[in-house]
Design a protein around this ligand. Structure first.
Ligand code: AMP
Length: 294
């Protein structure tokens, strides 16, 4: 085992100060319970950068009080073994108190316990779709990601397209705050049946796992229809809804990179993203499809 586990900001800074500052440093922020989706981000970073740091931190400020912070899967030893096997330079796994000075002695670690300088996402991006269901979520994500960027001073950071809205918001933060870091979006990794990998899939029963496959099937039907020339969002949505049949769909929308709804995919020049959330049992399953203009 070669990669150190850094537990404090000081250990991280000491480690970074020993690196050659002319060489690129890649950062892969995660909440642990690593799977092949995370692995693909780590591999992308290792390929691009002489040094890669993986952070493992279940960030309390992005969980609302009624969410699964206390039960979120944690497996630091296995995660560390994977990172080491892949050849990362270091794993940064801080405590909550280390990341949030105002949590010292606060006891409750939820958002309201942390009275810190905060960033707010733009209204048009932070409070729709995922942000509508989870209105405090993205402020918490931006807060921790900005801290990780400042602490590591990485040149490159890797995020999954799986969390499309998160990826777009982080890109927006980097643009708006002129942060000297390049954000790389990496494709969704799926299991052999098409289910997008997620740490929360662990909450699915066998039966729910089978139902969950319909998300990918719905997105694939939309892709097929789009490739056959259908570009009206309503029509594409209906094709997806039909495949999802009686499932509990929270939303199925087609958006651009500013998270604006698209009515017809011929409009605009950039990527169109079909974003989908379906509740299966007690799990909210997220999936999406990135369509480049035809
Ligand atoms: P998390 O540990 O859930 O915070 O995820 C850490 C990073 O891994 C985020 O950038 C996610 O978008 C990314 N990620 C999670 N699942 C996948 C997946 N199935 N494919 C690609 N990236 C993923």
């Amino acid at each position: 085992m070669n990669a150190p586990i850094l537990r404090t900001k000081n250990e991280l800074l000491a480690f970074i100060n020993k690196l050659d500052s002319r060489q690129d440093l890649g950062l892969v922020p995660t909440m642990g319970a690593l799977h092949n989706g995370h692995k693909s981000l780590i591999q992308a970073s290792i390929q691009d950068n002489p040094h890669t740091i993986v952070s493992i931190f279940v960030n309390p400020t992005q969980f609302a009080p009624n969410e699964d912070l206390s039960t979120y899967p944690r497996s630091l030893e296995q995660d560390y073994a994977l990172c080491d096997e892949l050849g990362v330079s270091a794993v940064f796994a801080p405590s909550v108190e280390e990341m949030y000075p105002s949590a010292q002695g606060a006891g409750a670690l939820c958002d309201s316990a942390l009275d810190e300088v905060r960033l707010l996402p733009p209204k048009s991006m932070g409070y729709v779709l995922e942000g509508f269901a989870r209105p405090t979520h993205f402020a918490g994500v931006l807060q921790v990601v900005l801290k990780l960027f400042m602490l590591t001073r990485a040149n490159n950071a890797y995020f999954g397209q799986k969390d499309a809205q998160q990826l777009l918001l982080i890109k927006r933060m980097v643009r708006d705050l002129c942060l000297p870091i390049c954000i790389h979006g990496c494709p969704i990794v799926r299991d052999e049946f098409g289910l997008a990998l997620s740490s929360r899939n662990a909450y699915l029963s066998d039966e729910e796992r089978v139902q969950a496959l319909r998300l990918h099937q719905a997105l694939e039907s939309i892709k097929q229809a789009y490739n056959q020339g259908i570009t009206a969002a309503k029509e594409l949505q209906n094709i997806g809804i039909k495949v999802l049949n009686n499932m509990d769909i929270e939303y199925l929308e087609i958006i651009d990179e500013n998270l604006a709804l698209i009515e017809d995919l011929r409009q605009g020049g950039g990527a169109c993203i079909v974003v989908l959330v379906v509740r299966v049992g007690r799990v909210r399953l997220l999936d999406n499809l990135w369509l480049e203009p035809n």
